[in-house]
Design a binder for this molecule. Structure first.
Ligand SMILES: [Ca+2]
Length: 286
């Protein structure tokens, strides 16, 4: 009797195929369920908008608020990061950003009622590619602002280096268009990698937000102190404002104040809240 060339082939081939089929089906099903959950969150406007204050470290004035939109925690999205990572893999990035822009402004307006904060600067996180989207360039954001009674001078777009810009010359031209309308730009997470430094030099932002990894225990970390000093000198020479992010202790506040760092944001000053907090938590007691 003729023996099969590879006796185990048939059996393991079928097994491998079934395993592959099982995993891809399960994966697709999971992706479908997550997409369904994502749509449910958007349609039901189930994101919560938080406002984290940014203060002048020298005189305690509130400069403005960064808006953070967070989804409800669920088994499909156990963290905010997992929710935003998922959107990045879908074709919904632009539509979702547009939705968030509107949600952020609407809720800020609501939160600012009966508050002196209605003229505060509003920091919005945006995907660099969204700014290149023709809908935005044709004035959709301006229409949105006038609907809620805000001016472009109140808006700062925060660009993170996590979504790196490819063509800086082209992007700089897009930013010029926004600047001519009064909008300003912040480079987020600055000092956390090479791209943020390139963005700072190429895009000439109005604000540089120093990454929390530079700020953590900065007063006792000589290398971090040097980088902060360097960025501070660069900012002063180029007319840019510095915002130290992720400030969590009074020692960090004291050090940054003594070094003349202009603005600060972090838990030690104010947590992200659904209400507007325009007095710093710990600066007032110092
Ligand atoms: Ca940010």
């Amino acid at each position: 009797m003729k023996k099969p060339l590879f006796p185990s082939m048939d059996k393991s081939g079928l097994y491998n195929y079934m395993t592959y089929f099982y995993h891809t089906t399960r994966h697709s099903l999971l992706a479908y369920r997550r997409f369904d959950e994502f749509q449910r969150i958007v349609r039901g406007r189930k994101l919560t908008s938080y406002f984290q204050p940014i203060f002048h470290l020298q005189n305690n004035d509130c400069l403005g608020f960064e808006v953070l939109n967070r989804p409800p925690i669920s088994s499909h999205f156990p963290t905010t990061e997992s929710f935003y990572d998922f959107i990045g893999y879908t074709d919904q990035v632009f539509a979702f950003e547009r939705f968030c822009r509107e949600l952020s402004l609407e809720r800020f307006k609501k939160a600012a009622v009966d508050s002196s904060a209605k003229d505060a600067v509003i920091f919005l996180n945006v995907h660099p590619e969204v700014l290149s989207d023709s809908n935005y360039r044709s004035g959709e954001t301006l229409q949105l602002l006038s609907r809620f009674g805000f001016s472009p001078e109140q808006i700062v777009f925060e660009l993170t280096e996590r979504q790196a810009v490819q063509d800086y010359d082209a992007f700089e031209r897009i930013l010029s268009h926004y600047r001519s309308q009064g909008f300003r730009i912040a480079i987020d997470d600055a000092g956390s990698g090479y791209n943020s430094l390139k963005a700072i030099v190429s895009l000439k932002p109005e604000f540089i937000k120093l990454d929390k990894s530079l700020i953590r225990d900065v007063y006792r970390q000589p290398n971090q102190r040097k980088v902060v000093k360097l960025l501070q000198e660069f900012a002063e020479a180029s007319g840019t404002h510095i915002i130290a992010e992720g400030i969590e202790s009074t020692d960090e506040i004291s050090y940054l104040r003594s070094e003349g760092i202009e603005y600060g944001q972090g838990y030690a000053l104010g947590r992200p809240e659904t209400k507007l907090q325009s007095v710093p938590l710990s600066l007032a007691s110092m």
